[in-house]
Design a protein around this ligand. Structure first.
Ligand code: 5GP
Length: 362
């Protein structure tokens, strides 16, 4: 197995409905086509298309949500996404998703999230730890150190924690409902809040009361920041001091000065940024500058399904684009542990897993 696949990895920026397998999405779309809910021939080429602008990505998400938003499907997607990440040796996954309400099928934000958790419990190809203190039926989810993770003889293990996303189309009250739900679900692995959704829509200040409340209650916060040129918003978001930001494609000099002096870790999604045209080419991607400045950064997939990528793929892409060797990439992967939203004990176990894997390689 190539080193970038067998290397233990930490994924901190993955959207559930963006990470869905193409085959599953097509299967669901076909079934809805047969029921006459959608015209399959109309959606098939949209799903199969590879290059999309940022706006086209959000149009696709609207379609995906029509196709996937029912409890059984959400459970299946969650199970598959976790299995897919585990199969490429992701040992810690922070999976984010927007809790959705759909009265016509009896779905509330809570029942949506219950379907997600059911998906975590349904994974059987790997051992999943999603809530260290969870004592459910048979308690199959507790496990100790993950040091044997890569030897190929034992069942793989993966820690999964959840971030609840606020969509920029939502209201202050919607966002508050999401934060309250996150607080109620802390014992089921929810560790933080994300602000995402089409960056050209809405005003992030709408969500400030909910984000402040989340912070007061001890949840960590990551913001999609600087996906489009909006200097005022970027500045205000940085002043809020989120625990992490995602993308940062349109930061200007003063934004970088601010982010660097505050040491705000950046979730870097190379393929996503290139595919959506947010960054014109890899040689001008801010990864290079941040890496050389030793600024905290984490390689992530964003939407592995939508952008046909994997975390291993992002590591080898970074290595080949910026001339980094295996040693540097392993170091980058290990550093990501420091920026997870889970507790110190989880960090300790993950560091152990990394170090024992590194020993086997040397
Ligand atoms: P979900 O929250 O439904 O599991 O995942 C899909 C949602 O994540 C999208 O509807 C969108 O709100 C958010 N999302 C996924 N990828 C991106 C991205 O690249 N940028 C932003 N701003 N939001 C995204």
């Amino acid at each position: 197995m190539e080193w970038w696949i067998s290397m233990p990895k930490v994924e901190l920026h993955a959207h559930l409905n963006g990470s869905i397998r193409d085959s599953t999405l097509l299967e669901f779309a076909k079934a809805l086509g047969e029921k006459g809910v959608i015209l399959f021939s109309d959606v098939e080429h949209v799903i199969r298309k590879n290059d999309r602008s940022l706006n086209e990505v959000f149009k696709l998400f609207d379609l995906i949500h029509i196709i996937t938003t029912d409890h059984t499907k959400v459970t299946r997607i969650t199970k598959e996404v976790v299995e897919d990440f585990a199969s490429e040796n992701v040992i810690y996954l922070e999976l984010r998703t927007t809790p959705k309400r759909n009265d016509s099928i009896g779905m509330s934000k809570r029942s949506y999230m219950e379907a997600v958790v059911k998906g975590l419990r349904a994974v059987d190809a790997v051992d999943v730890n999603f809530a260290p203190h969870y004592l459910g039926e048979g308690n199959p989810l507790k496990f100790g150190p993950v040091s044997d993770i890569c030897n190929g003889t034992t069942k793989r293990k993966i820690f999964v924690r959840l971030l609840l996303s606020i969509d920029r189309r939502e209201t202050t009250a919607d966002a508050m409902e999401t934060v309250k739900l996150a607080l109620e679900m802390r014992d089921q692995g929810v560790v933080g809040i994300d602000l995402s959704g089409n960056p050209t829509v809405g005003d992030w200040m709408t969500f400030l009361p909910a984000l402040k409340f989340a912070r007061e209650q001890g949840l960590s916060i990551t913001l999609h920041c600087g996906e489009v040129p909006n200097p005022k918003e970027i500045q205000a978001m940085l002043e809020f001091l989120p625990e992490r930001v995602g993308h940062a494609c349109f930061f200007k000099e003063d934004h970088w000065e601010n982010a660097k002096s505050s040491k705000i870790p950046v979730e870097i999604c190379l393929t996503s940024n290139i595919r959506t045209g947010s960054i014109s080419s890899m040689d001008v991607h801010h990864f290079g500058d941040l890496y050389h400045a030793k600024h905290p950064l984490i390689l992530c997939t964003d939407d592995s399904g939508i952008f046909s990528t994997s975390l291993s793929g992002e590591y080898i892409l970074a290595a080949s684009s910026f001339g980094l060797g295996k040693k540097e990439m392993v170091e980058l992967g290990r550093n990501a542990i420091e920026f997870i939203f889970a507790d110190d004990e989880t960090k300790r176990v993950l560091r152990e897993a990394f170090d024992s894997a590194a020993e086997r390689w040397s």
